[in-house]
Write a protein that binds this ligand. Sequence first.
Ligand SMILES: Nc1ncnc2c1ncn2[C@@H]1O[C@H](COP(=O)(O)OP(=O)(O)O)[C@@H](O)[C@H]1O
Ligand SMILES: N[C@@H](CC(=O)OP(=O)(O)O)C(=O)O
Length: 422
Amino acid sequence: MKVFKFGGASLESVERIKQVAQIVQSFPDDKLLIVISAMGKTTNELEKVAQNFYMRKREIAAQLLYNVEQQHIQVAESLLGNREHPLFQQLQQFFTEAEWTLGEKPLRAYDYYYDQLVSMGELLSTAIVSAFFNTIGLSNTWVDVRDVFRTDDNFRDANIDWAFTQKQVTEKVVPLFNQTNIVIAQGFIGSTDQNESVTLGREGSDYSAAVFANMLDAESQTIWKDVEGLKNADPKLFPNTVNIPEISYGEVIEMAYYGAQVIHPKTIKPLQNKQIPLLVKCFLDKNLPGTVIREQADVRQLPPIIVLKRNQVLLTLTSKDYAFITEDKISDIYETFHRLKVKINLMQNGAITFSCCIDHNPEKIELLIKALHNDFKISYNEALELLTVRYYQDGLLEDLSNHHTVLLEQRSKVTVQRLLKK
Ligand SMILES: Nc1ncnc2c1ncn2[C@@H]1O[C@H](COP(=O)(O)OP(=O)(O)O)[C@@H](O)[C@H]1O
Ligand SMILES: N[C@@H](CC(=O)OP(=O)(O)O)C(=O)O
């Protein structure tokens, strides 16, 4: 059994979906559990539907939902050639459910409504791909993963109930492979014990695939991307990147931790637990070797690995009473950040100052200031970039920081981080 994951980029047009079908056709002898994300940027569009609904801008929300509907119907029509197929009823049902939600008064928390609306992207894409595959001879079974992935009600970042979900996978998903060699399921979504839809955190389909791989004891998981494999930096941000043929789980966790937006950070652990290799392959050319991520990878040959996080803010807290920044003060500060769910990307303290770098989020900064202003004078510096280089070489570091002022720096033997201002 192999687990494949196709993300939004691989489904962003009719041509790309046909290309995905060709890839799947080249594995005729394998049992495949295929996890699929929403098409293209659908999740972003559905987020806007949810935001407008919650701000009681119903007409705008309805119009945005209609746009999503039309895009999907057009893609489905191009792939299937007509509107007679039962798929169109299935799509209509998803839209009707979303319209019902839009008709409600938003009495519950925003995150709940977000999940009810945004989870639709994966239901639509999987329904379309499944119907298309069946019409071209890629016989498959479509699964509503909300009947399989049981979670808590931590909406927008729900946590999987492993024991219950494993039972569902064994009892409901495994038998499906007696009917077809291919089973198609949604990434990114699940359901509570009250049958409410949940999402697992943005870009969470890699993680969904890893949960399936773990529970099905898959021989491998492959995520199909628009890049030749895992590279030493994001090729959209840096011109001369190189492909990494082989890398360890631990190294990929480090990259994700520092902000590399290529593999969801939660993906590695379920695979590592069962020593299942993670392959990153290119859907544009499946013959490229890609990257193998596993425990015993040869890391001696790793190039410098570069991660750039943009849109960062440096927050500086200075104690008002000139008291030292001691352990108890740091503990209070961390407690506040934890309570407000603000992640610290880099921190440093001096005698009476505590400085940290966080993602730019004006609402969160306002809440932090409110919570901390009694004890601290607070200043902040916006529009910064956090550069992380592992296995750094000084020449490279200087090149990457050229024309920037370094506001904060931290070095260990392996990793250097610099907070840069243009
Ligand atoms: N180190 C890296 N190696 C390869 N790609 C990277 C890296 N860091 C960031 N990326 C970006 O990840 C993108 C692919 O991931 P993503 O867009 O999430 O795919 P999908 O949504 O299809 O799963 C690439 O287009 C690339 O710009
Ligand atoms: N569609 C979701 C989940 C996901 O993982 O998408 P992608 O595989 O395209 O990154 C998102 O955009 O967050």
